[in-house]
Design a protein around this ligand. Structure first.
Ligand SMILES: [Zn+2]
Length: 95
């Protein structure tokens, strides 16, 4: 069963909707501004404490993934100096 919810986008703060994935560990957002992106709960919490400038970069990256793709936003390995990493993945990996 698909579980959905509504909240403000963690990147741009626009009211948006999401689908839960992987037993609520991950959300797939469909934002009118940032388009579709995938984000883990861990990273979503981390975004609360990062500068809006970085969120704008992530939003832009999500917009630019191209047709049929999504931006996956996930945590780097423990101790990494790049705590937030991204990759462009086919949408069909997720939905
Ligand atoms: Zn957004």
């Amino acid at each position: 069963m698909e579980e959905k919810g509504n909240q403000n986008c963690p990147l741009c703060n626009t009211p948006t909707s999401f689908i839960f994935y992987d037993y609520h560990q991950i959300k797939i957002f469909s934002c009118s501004k940032c388009k579709m992106f995938v984000i883990s709960n861990k990273i979503e919490k981390r975004l609360n404490s990062i500068d809006q400038h970085w969120k704008n970069q992530l939003s832009k990256a999500s917009c630019e993934t191209g047709q049929g793709n999504v931006l996956n936003i996930y945590e780097g390995p423990d101790g990494s100096n790049i705590p937030i990493q991204t990759s462009i993945e086919p949408r069909s990996n997720w939905i």
